[in-house]
Each structure stands twice: as structure tokens, then as C-alpha cells.
Design a binder for this molecule. Structure first.
Ligand SMILES: [Fe+2]
Length: 362
């Protein structure tokens, strides 16, 4: 058999299909582990939408999902969009409305404000309007663009596919205003959250620190979310899961510790508007060292309904590592964790209330 002739060109594309797409869109990208304040991030014109934007692909996503921030100028609308990736939207500031429709079918319009959460169903048309003529409206969206673009690597298909996903959205008139359904395990299936800052949460003892939570299943997505709150003078237990959980601080002050097992710890101090994405398999732990309860929103993989392969390891994230789970109980944590928290409380002038949770745990 003859030896094959070897091409002198490299077969390797430069960077991932997703990263090359961002470069071709002409907008900036933010990488790293942490953003101090998503309300202050500078944005540049994004011709595709007519708004100002930046893409965000933090280390902790493992390029499975990503986020972007987009601002709609005062009194203006963005261009209509549709795409073959999911998009979970959180309104950072401002108020306005969104119209959603399938080609040739009735349009549905609903209003939103700071704190609203919703998701245009996969590949449906959607258009966002800023309802305020004096102020911009800013939103952050977590999307499945990286995995979809990297697998399909055809941008025309991603943005110009005509398939209508009727199993997700069949032009139901009450799609964005029905009350949804509650399920066991603090799960609310809904297509619209009016204001996540005021959502009533339910007790979640297993994660410790007097915390409460609600899980959100939205628009038949594989992406999902949850809202958590924990009191002054407390912190939650360390745990790990898969990549891509975008944690956005809604209120309160504190810090998170992130570390791969047996390796040095990274600390990020945060406040309202901060965004952190713990990498897959890394332990992470959230601490309230401020004078008010901490509430945060996580937009992430790990839907209770639609399982994928890299999200939360179901049923393990709040189970003791000694029992085969992914959580470190208080009695097993490194003494430096407690010491650091005590010092943070003293510095902030708040009382450390962890003693009763340490006792409960043992
Ligand atoms: Fe987590």
C-alpha cells in the first residue's frame, strides 16, 4: 500500500467555533472567574441586535454555556431574533416589554422590570423593547450557545433554522402569564418571574446556615435556575457539581471560596451585581459577612425535568461526601474556613451566628 500524501496545512481550526463566532460578531468577551458588578460592565455596539453588549464566558462554564449582557437604549427596541440555543434572561435594570411569536402566528407581548426572569422559547422569534424613554434597560442572559455552536459549527443554521419547537411553545395565549405549577423539592415550573427580589422562598435545611430556596423550571428548557437566601452571620456548606452555574448576587455582602480538591483556595468578595461561576468539580462555599440577608440567583444546567450530562449530579449536591455525596459537612471543614469567617464578621461588625448550625450538624 502506498504511503498517504500528508497535507502541509494544519487541520486545526484556530480556537473553538463558538469563540470564532464571538470574534466575528465584533463584541468584547469577558473571561476569568468573576465579575465584580454586572451593572457597571462596559458594553459595545452589537450590530446583530442593535443594542450594546458584551459576551461573558467565564472559566467555570467549561464553555458548555455562557452569558451576555445587553443594553437597550432609552425608548428603543432591539432587532427581532431567533436562534437554536436556549436563553434565560434576568433583567438587571430598567423596564420594558418583550414580544414572542412563531412565524405566521399571533404575537404575545408581556411587560418586565428589574428583577424579572423569563426565556424566549427555543428558536421562537422575540423582540425586546425598552419602555423608558430616559434610561437604558440592561439584561443578562445565560445561554446554551457554546455547546450548540461548537457541535453544529454552522452559524447560518443556528440563526436561520425554520423549525418550530411546538413541544416547547405552541403559541398558547397564557404562556407568559399563567401561574405555573409547584412540585415537590421547592420546584416552580413557570415561564415568567415578575421580580426575583421579592419571590417567597422555602426552607432548605440540608445546605445549612438557615437557608431557603426555590428552583425554577422555565420554558421547557434544559437550562434552569434557582434563587437562594441565607441570613446575616451565616454561611452555607461547601459542595461541588458540574460546570456553568452563573451565580448573580441580588442583595447582601459576602464572599465565595472556590477550590479544586486538595488545591489552593480562591476567594472572591462580592456585593449586589457580582457574578461568579464555580468550575465543574470544584468545591465552592458562600459566606454572608454583611449586615443584611444575602439573596442570589443561579442560572445554570441541572433542570429537574430534562437531564443533561454535565450539570448537577442529581441528588448528590447536598449529601455528605462521606456518604458518597458532594457536600462537606460543617464538622469536616478546614478550621481555616471558620477562622476566616469569624474575622470577616468582626471586620464587618456583625455577629457570627454559626454556632447553632454547627451544633445541628453534629
Ligand atoms: Fe453550587
Amino acid at each position: 500500500m502506498e504511503e498517504p500524501k500528508i497535507s502541509t496545512n494544519s487541520i486545526t481550526e484556530k480556537g473553538s467555533s463558538y469563540k470564532r463566532w464571538i470574534a466575528s460578531e465584533g463584541i468584547p468577551i469577558i473571561e476569568g472567574f468573576f465579575i465584580k458588578d454586572i451593572r457597571e460592565v462596559p458594553l459595545e455596539l452589537w450590530k446583530r441586535t442593535g443594542g450594546l453588549a458584551t459576551r461573558i464566558c467565564l472559566e467555570g462554564t467549561g464553555e458548555t454555556n455562557d452569558a451576555y449582557i445587553c443594553e437597550i437604549p432609552p425608548g428603543k427596541a432591539l432587532e427581532p431574533q431567533k436562534h437554536m440555543f436556549e436563553e434565560l434572561i434576568y433583567i438587571v435594570s430598567g423596564r420594558g416589554a418583550t414580544t414572542v411569536w412563531n412565524d405566521g402566528e399571533p404575537k404575545h407581548t408581556f411587560e418586565w422590570q428589574e428583577g424579572s426572569i423569563f426565556s424566549p422559547p427555543l428558536n421562537s422569534w422575540h423582540q425586546h423593547f425598552n419602555g423608558n424613554g430616559a434610561e437604558p434597560a440592561r439584561y443578562l442572559a445565560v445561554t446554551t450557545a457554546p455547546c450548540m455552536i461548537n457541535l453544529i459549527h454552522n452559524i447560518d443554521f443556528i440563526f436561520n433554522c425554520d423549525y418550530v419547537f411546538r413541544d416547547r411553545f405552541d403559541s398558547q395565549t397564557d404562556y407568559f402569564n399563567n401561574p405555573g405549577t409547584w412540585y415537590a423539592g421547592r420546584v416552580w415550573q413557570t415561564n415568567f418571574v415578575a421580580d426575583v427580589r421579592n419571590l417567597k422562598l422555602l426552607d432548605w435545611k440540608e445546605r445549612g446556615g438557615g437557608g431557603s430556596q426555590v428552583r425554577l423550571e422555565i420554558s421547557e428548557n434544559t437550562l434552569c435556575g434557582h434563587v437562594s437566601e441565607f441570613p446575616v452571620g451565616t454561611y452555607k456548606k461547601a459542595h461541588f457539581h458540574g460546570p456553568g452555574a452563573h451565580v448573580i448576587i441580588l442583595s447582601g455582602q459576602g464572599y465565595s471560596l472556590l477550590w479544586p480538591k486538595g488545591q489552593p483556595i480562591k476567594r472572591y468578595d462580592w456585593g449586589p451585581g457580582s457574578l461568579v461561576v464555580p468550575p465543574g468539580g470544584w468545591f465552592h462555599q458562600h459566606f454572608n459577612s454583611g449586615a443584611e440577608p444575602v439573596r442570589y440567583l443561579a442560572l445554570r444546567w441541572g433542570s429537574q425535568k430534562y437531564h443533561e450530562m454535565w450539570g448537577e449530579q442529581r441528588g448528590k449536591s447536598d449529601v455528605d461526601v462521606k456518604l458518597g455525596g458532594n457536600q462537606i459537612e460543617y464538622e469536616d471543614e478546614d478550621p481555616s474556613v471558620r477562622q476566616m469567617f469569624e474575622e470577616a464578621c468582626v471586620k464587618a461588625g456583625v455577629k457570627n451566628l454559626m454556632e447553632k448550625y454547627y451544633k445541628k450538624s453534629t
